[in-house]
Write a protein that binds this ligand. Structure first.
Ligand SMILES: NC(=O)c1ccc[n+]([C@@H]2O[C@H](COP(=O)([O-])OP(=O)(O)OC[C@H]3O[C@@H](n4cnc5c(N)ncnc54)[C@H](OP(=O)(O)O)[C@@H]3O)[C@@H](O)[C@H]2O)c1
Length: 263
């Protein structure tokens, strides 16, 4: 299947590891020109080199923090200028910290809102004028399965990621006539550096071997295993492709059947 991505320009935020890196690699393999960012320069440059080596594609890596308005502005404008166009953005960054409701201060709520909502809103606002210039575009927000089934002990993610869904749905209607399509991807349990770190912390807290935690977490998934970053990238890149030209305003989980609800 030709995804029709050759020559398109795709920006992936939070791309030095995990799902962001796998997505940037797949875009490059499909012939898109890639702009990628993260905060840590060393890991970002290593990831960019790996993608150039594996795909032979064009990659522009830029240190940028998605919690900072000026970094987002620079990431979008300089990448669009470098390549001469911008077609696709993937909004992604780290997740808010775990914890129960009474633990968090106003500052914690503001920081989580800034990380998960404002980053997505600002990236999209910066990118839309560039997409209008080329007659359309794609926005894909990486959120979490928490928007469909709140996760115990993750109140910041449960509450704030839902605001991304509300914005995306509104935008999908406002920008439909501009041929700008907006969708949300909700990972379940995906085997990334982040998931491994969380399981290690859980193992230490419960004084259990990490292998046991990994097994328990995987056993709760109907498919009996964690997903891979590459499987998530397959969905994201498909949604960004010409083969997904009539899909907008959706919120799609990739979770091996983990979510119990039917929506
Ligand atoms: N893995 C899962 O099972 C799972 C499940 C549900 C939801 N999610 C969500 O999906 C997203 C991606 O998860 P992942 O597992 O791929 O994460 P990951 O392995 O931790 O990778 C996150 C990437 O984002 C970058 N990043 C973090 N904060 C950033 C910021 N403020 N500005 C720019 N880049 C930033 C990181 O690099 P730097 O630290 O160097 O910036 C890294 O490249 C997260 O929001 C996560 O909460 C993951």
């Amino acid at each position: 299947m030709d995804l029709g991505l050759r020559g398109k320009v795709a920006l992936v935020a939070g791309a030095s590891q995990g799902m962001g890196r796998a997505t940037a690699l797949l875009f490059a393999r499909e012939g898109a020109k890639v702009g990628m960012c993260a905060r840590g320069e060393v890991a970002l440059n290593e990831a960019a080199q790996m993608i150039r080596r594996e795909s032979g594609g064009e990659v522009l890596a830029m240190v940028a923090d998605m919690t900072k308005a000026e970094d987002i502005q620079r990431f979008v404008s300089q990448t669009a200028e470098h390549y001469g166009r911008l077609d696709i953005i993937v909004n992604n960054a780290g997740g808010p910290p775990p914890g129960e409701f009474m633990k968090f201060s106003d500052e914690d709520w503001s920081a989580a809102f800034n990380l998960s909502f404002m980053s997505t809103m600002r990236m999209t606002r910066e990118a839309v004028p560039h997409m209008r210039k080329v007659g359309g575009g794609r926005v894909i927000n990486i959120t979490s399965y928490s928007v469909k089934e709140p996760i115990a002990g993750l109140v910041l993610s449960n509450a704030i990621r839902s605001s991304v869904i509300g914005m995306a749905k509104t935008l999908s209607r406002e920008l439909g006539r501009d041929n700008i399509l907006i969708n949300n991807v909700c990972p379940g349990r995906i085997d990334t550096e982040r998931a491994q770190k969380l399981n290690k912390a859980r193992a230490e807290r419960l004084k259990k071997p990490v292998e046991e935690i990994n097994r328990e977490m995987a056993a709760e998934v109907p498919l009996g295993r964690y997903g891979t970053a590459e499987e998530t990238a397959d969905l994201i890149v498909f949604l960004a492709s010409q083969r997904a030209s009539y899909i907008t305003g959706t919120t799609i989980q990739i979770d091996g059947g983990l979510i119990r609800g039917i929506q």
